[in-house]
Design a protein. Structure first.
Lengths: 387, 288, 301
């Protein structure tokens, strides 16, 4: 137990900034590694016991995307929050929203508190499964800076209340390699260019059933939020598959395929294309009519320490934090551009709406998409595999 | 007393392994079996009870059978290729006069220090139309247009081989290095050709390693989902992809549970057959 | 001609340890320099083929190492310029460095525990006969037969049922579980090749079971022990699917960090980390070997 305490004290000094990381590792040393491990195992158990015994200080768990996003959160939101409140933010990461929901469903109540959720339909899935809460909006003054247009869809799902705050938004439009595909061509054909024979074998597509069906609806001239002829969409998706080189599965893969010239055309997330453009790649981006817009939120789950979590959410909505995260992931923040100065970079991001009304964007209707989820995700799973 | 102690000993030796297995594997497997008879409701919640729906779906839908057969086929091809391709370097390491054999083995594991996902993605830079292989072929004038090397069955098998070869090589090496060199020498003195001595002495004696390596390659190959997802085209999906999708994407745990049991039974049969063969191997050893 | 195998029948522990240290964990040749068998014909062909296999294995590594020195953020060829910036960024990135530390510690502990448990189980399986052996043999391999995503979810359901919170210890045990089959397979394969004669000889000379194991069986088993530990460490170090489900809050391994970066972009620090790992792996055994030789010569250069 002595070693554990020593390790904990060391860790505390390290966290307080008394010793540098190098010094910390040096002190741990080769023999210390083993001690450190035992320490980690024991302290993890000990911390949980402590948290159960004494309510103060509180631990809030946040799960999000790693890399630049979590670095921005740590630096601009979590560190100031911990200093001010004495609470601790425990960070976790996930690779996809679906995977996280699986973990929440299999996990223990209260284990997960706050997370970075995709899409209003995800918000609806969580609340349908009974994981939602009702936020006390008085505890989140920064919510007033958030565009009402982004809040409305969530309030619609949960009877006017919120279990999440909107955080960022983007579109899934058409990305094209301008060395091979002209701007005019893309503008003229719109979504149909992803079906073009001319580029067969050089077309990519996300293996996400919602995105695929959305674009299938655009191709067949239907309203994506009210599809009448589903068979036509399935047929269009089969046809799309024939000209497709690859169903990509992640933003990192999308960027690799586009940048290496492996594909010339695909639908893509606005922020990923912006990142490629900033790097000097000659990639164009076009939102076709009724292109797929989406928004992300910070969602609070049932069983969380409410006051502490709400305060953390408020920290994360500070313009400084939201802007840093937005610049990191290249998706505009949910802050109203009429109320907050968003700086230089953000107004140049694709999908950015300077009016703050988001009238030009079409979002997915959660009830409609979630109502068909079981059937459609399964059907697309088969089409994806050549059936 | 001593015979009693003797009869207890294997159980004593097995107890840590069996303890780990029963706590972390057998109990969770029980949950899987129970879950396979549940149903997914529209919201994604699970409905308990005893329903045969998932099983009926598996047994009546040819989609699942096709992909199961395809999975076994890909795993089998990969295993055979790994056995043939992997034996050579294992033989080389076992017989080389180089001092740093340990280093040669460590080098084989180097790709694992780079995360699976990154090294799988890096094949785009090697085999893609703008990748290294096509660049060399075009510079040499062998082809005029870049070849489409990715997103087909060969590229999936190639990716799997890259992942599985170290397992094969290390297993074969461990067996080869245990062979008494004098046996080969003796065979040669008795007039066997080098290749004859290899076939009659070395190959049979390295069978345990080759079998262990093949079993690992087959089982790991059949259970993979990331490689076909990143390196395969639409027709290269494998059974583990279906399980992953059912559980993670469709949040249909009951169906995912049923499909996992299917995969478990198929692979378990292979292991049992392997166990029988290895058992025979041991019997023949005791006579030899 | 003296047979080397017989001289190995009663090795002393110190000799075994020496061999283990010299060969980086006991990959000892069983031939003495004097007793070389003639090289098979076609040796150069075998060497060439082996080199080709190594080239194949190293192709993705080459990409990663090249990209780690690339000045641009994205991995597009041709490379834009040479730079050390990602190594500097790596050194300053606390999240990746601490994930790396977690992965190393987890891998080492997994290797040690899994190999110890695996050797004991293999001894029971190969050296003894008892009822239910076939079933247990299959059970020992089962962890790799169940897809990890299923194993991950099922274990969580079980823990929720027992109200056991996630912890580092649980993650460690989970890794032991998924690496155990690899160890058992490789150790069993080697053990079947070691004739019980040696152990019986030691026993007849008065050694008890422990002495027999540590002085006779274990030294002969060293290549498999080394391979098993290498497998266990590697599998643990590279595991992602099960780890995603079992990790507790605040615990990240390198693969889970990378997975979380997939949506946006994998930062090039990861390539730099790969390069560092490779340089360490290649150089450490060489340095250790060099030092061992240096000390053997009495430290006189």
């Amino acid at each position: 137990m002595d070693d554990t305490k020593r390790y904990e004290r060391l860790l505390q000094r390290y966290r307080d900034g008394d010793i540098s990381r190098r010094g910390f590792f040096g002190l741990l040393g080769v023999a210390g590694i083993a001690t450190g491990v035992m320490g980690t195992g024991l302290t993890a158990a000990g911390r949980q016991a402590m948290a159960a015994a004494a309510a103060d200080p509180v631990q809030v768990r946040f799960d999000g995307w790693g890399g630049v996003v979590s670095e921005a959160f740590r630096k601009h939101a979590f560190n100031p929050y911990e200093q001010k409140t004495g609470n601790e933010v425990v960070e976790g990461t996930f690779a996809s929203g679906d995977e996280f929901l699986t973990r929440v469903k299999a996990g223990q109540p209260g284990e997960y508190n706050l997370f970075h959720a995709s899409g209003v339909f995800d918000y609806a899935r969580y609340t349908d499964l009974g994981y939602g809460v009702t936020l006390n909006e008085d505890n989140i003054p920064n919510l007033k800076l958030v565009m009402p247009a982004l809040q409305a869809p969530y309030r619609e799902v949960t009877n006017g209340t919120l279990s999440a705050v909107p955080y960022d938004y983007g579109t899934t439009g058409i990305a094209y390699n301008r060395d091979h595909v002209s701007d005019e061509e893309v503008k003229e054909l719109g979504a149909a260019i992803l079906w073009s024979d001319k580029y067969a074998g050089k077309i990519g597509g996300w293996n996400d059933w919602r995105t695929r069906i959305w674009y299938g609806a655009l191709k067949t001239g239907q309203d994506p939020n009210n599809i009448q002829d589903m068979d036509a969409v399935w047929e269009a998706l089969r046809e799309h598959r024939e000209g497709l080189l690859k169903y990509w599965t992640s933003g990192a893969e999308l960027m690799n395929l586009l940048a290496s010239g492996e594909i010339y055309l695909t639908e893509a997330w606005s922020g990923r294309v912006a990142a490629l453009q900033q790097q000097g790649e000659n990639i164009g981006y076009h939102d076709p009519k009724n292109g797929f817009a989406w928004q992300e939120c910070l969602m609070v789950l049932k069983g969380s320490p409410m006051a502490a979590t709400e305060e953390l959410v408020n920290f994360m909505l500070e313009p400084e934090v939201a802007i840093a995260v937005a610049e990191g992931q290249n998706y505009p923040p949910s802050l109203d551009p009429n109320k907050v100065d968003l700086g230089e970079k953000i107004p140049k991001l694709p999908a950015f709406d300077p009016t703050g009304t988001l009238d030009g964007l079409t979002f997915a209707k959660p009830a409609y998409w979630n109502g068909h989820e079981q059937e459609w995700s399964k059907m697309f799973g088969r089409i994806e595999k050549g059936y | 007393m001593s015979t009693l102690a003797e009869s207890r000993r294997p159980w004593l030796l097995l107890s840590p392994a069996l303890g780990t297995l029963s706590f972390l594997l057998v109990a969770p497997l029980g949950f899987i079996v129970v879950y396979s008879f549940w149903l997914r409701t529209a919201t994604g919640a699970d409905m308990g009870g005893f329903h045969l729906d998932n099983w009926v779906e598996f047994f009546t839908d040819a989609f699942y059978h096709d992909i199961l057969f395809y999975t076994v086929r890909v795993a089998l091809i990969t295993t055979i290729l790994c056995a043939v391709v992997g034996y050579i370097p294992a033989y080389f390491i076992a017989n080389t006069r180089m001092k740093n054999k340990a280093l040669l083995l460590l080098l084989l594991m180097l790709p694992f220090w780079i995360s699976y996902i990154i090294r799988t993605l890096s094949w785009i830079n090697i085999l893609g139309t703008g990748g290294a292989v096509n660049y060399v072929l075009m510079q040499l004038g062998i082809v005029n247009e870049p070849l489409q090397l990715l997103y087909n069955e060969p590229s999936v098998i190639l990716g799997l081989m890259h992942y599985l070869l170290p397992f094969m090589i290390l297993n074969v090496y461990v067996s080869l290095s245990g062979i008494d060199g004098n046996l080969v020498a003796a065979a040669r003195t008795l007039g066997a050709t080098p290749f004859g001595a290899f076939l009659k002495v070395t190959l049979p004696l390295s069978m345990p390693g080759l079998a262990a390596g093949s079993l690992l390659c087959f089982v790991l190959g059949a259970g993979t989902y990331i490689t076909p997802l990143i390196l395969g085209g639409p027709t290269n999906a494998m059974f583990a992809n279906l399980i992953f999708e059912a559980i993670i994407i469709q949040l249909n745990w009951p169906l995912g549970a049923a499909l996992s049991i299917v995969l478990l039974v198929v692979l378990g049969t292979v292991v049992t057959v392997y166990g029988r063969l290895m058992g025979l191997n041991q019997i023949s050893k005791s006579f030899g | 001609m003296t047979t080397t195998t017989q001289s190995r029948a009663t090795p002393v522990a110190s000799e075994a340890a020496e061999r283990a240290a010299a060969a980086g964990g006991g990959v000892a040749t069983r031939r003495r320099p004097g007793v070389r068998i003639p090289r098979p014909s076609g040796w150069s062909l075998i060497r060439l083929a082996s080199i080709l296999v190594y080239v194949f294995m190293f192709a993705p590594i080459a990409v990663v190492v090249l990209l780690s020195f690339n000045s641009s953020r994205f991995g597009t060829f041709p490379l834009e310029g040479f730079s050390f910036r990602w190594f500097e960024a790596l050194w300053a990135n606390d999240a990746i460095v601490s994930a790396f530390q977690t992965s190393l510690v987890l891998g080492f502990l997994t290797a040690i525990i899994s190999t110890s448990i695996g050797i004991a189980a293999s001894l029971a399986m190969v050296r003894y006969d008892f009822p239910g052996k076939g079933l247990i043999n299959t059970a020992l391999i089962t962890p790799i037969l169940v897809p990890e995503v299923v194993l991950g979810v099922a274990l969580l359901l079980f823990l929720r049922w027992l109200s056991i919170p996630k912890s580092f210890l649980l993650l460690l045990m989970g890794h032991v579980l998924i690496t155990l089959p690899f160890v058992v397979l490789v150790v069993q394969a080697r053990l079947t090749a070691i004739k019980p004669v040696y152990e019986e000889a030691a026993k007849s000379l008065g050694a008890n079971a422990w002495e027999t194991f540590f002085r006779v069986t274990l030294p002969l088993l060293m290549p498999a022990v080394f391979a098993g530990m290498l497998f266990a460490f590697t599998i643990s170090f590279d595991d992602v699917t099960a780890t995603l489900f079992w990790k507790s809050g605040g615990t990240e391994t390198v693969p889970t960090q990378i997975f979380a970066m997939l949506r946006n972009s994998i930062s090039p620090e990861i390539n730099a980390l790969g390069t560092v790992m490779i340089v360490l792996t290649v150089s450490l055994p060489l340095i250790a070997g060099g030092l061992a030789r240096w000390f053997a010569r009495g430290g006189r250069g």
